[in-house]
Design a protein around this ligand. Sequence first.
Ligand code: SF4
Length: 62
Amino acid sequence: MKGFVNKNSCIGCGICVSLCPEVFIMDNDGKAEAIDSEIQGRFVEDAKDAETGCPVGAITIE
Ligand code: SF4
């Protein structure tokens, strides 16, 4: 599984980084970005929490 952030929707609130810093980081443009690699098994639940917690639905985990 991988994480994806729709930068057109992201408002840079940082919730995803708080919930799952192993997968999401804040980019220089002030918006979140997902790491470009497979999400390790122990972080999948946190990544899904970030997907659910994003207030604008900008995150996809698939
Ligand atoms: S939770 Fe959503 S809106 Fe907030 S920084 Fe992450 S991707 Fe952007």
